[in-house]
Design a binder for this molecule. Sequence first.
Ligand SMILES: [Zn+2]
Length: 321
Amino acid sequence: MKARAATRPARRPNRAVRRRVRATAECVCAVVAALLLGVSAAPAGQGGSGLIVNVTHRARALHPGEIVVLNVRTSEAPAALGATAFGAEIRFFPAGPANVWSALIGIDLEVEPGEHAVAVRATGVDGSLSETDYTLAVEPKQFATRRLRVEPRYVDPPPEVVERILRERDQQAALFPVSTAVRYWRGGFLRPVPGRANSAFGRRSVFNGQPRSPHSGADFRAGTGTPIKAPNDGVVVLATDLYFSGNVVIIDHGWGLYSYFAHLSAIDVAEGDRVRKGMVVGKVGATGRVTGAHLHWTVRLNDARVDPLSLLELFPAGGGR
Ligand SMILES: [Zn+2]
């Protein structure tokens, strides 16, 4: 890996050790290849006191709307490990080998391209703090525009539903920034329906000639009545009928990760239900603002709108941990 690392030794023993590592797009493939081979792709940190912390990442691409897996290897078991990325606190889980940890970072659909710092903090058992600044160089991505025809009431809603629309918007806006302290999800994520995704995430949407917010999910081909499986464990935090999304089920997978299924013909769970990976949570339908039956799946990670397909690719079904 050709990550450029500039290491500044600590001025005094037990002072915080701060290192900077810049991850550029050209190094991503090398990182992925190295990880596939099971080889450490990280340059070793040098000098200073405290833990030696190596940071790498794994992603399909560093684009808006992608999930990034941050991998941290420490020279010894840390007493505490944390990070901040895109204004959110990131939690780490053991990645298998001793002293290797992973965390998920979501690059929101509308993040400005450019360099974004991830601050990694590792505290040694002796209390020393090692701080590493890892830079994600987010590259621009041009999303296509899709033009759709829907019922006029979904483009110019009648006055009597405006209050409902605003209430539902606020309800959802309050939900996704909540990062539940429990991580329910484990291992790989299941495809909720067998069909392929047929509408690209992130497309700018024009309904009946009027621009609307970008498409923040993936649409899967599936007929009405197709069972929808929970992609991973979690707790149902919303199971109701919304004006634009129709019948929805939202699963909190923990640690800021949510699955949002829309346009269902039937809801098979209730708010507060604990769901297991593979459990049927509802049936595909054509409720709300749609052109026909399909499954819409939105994934939110620390409030960032990310492509569900990046989650499926980074954590395929059958994967461990
Ligand atoms: Zn959709």
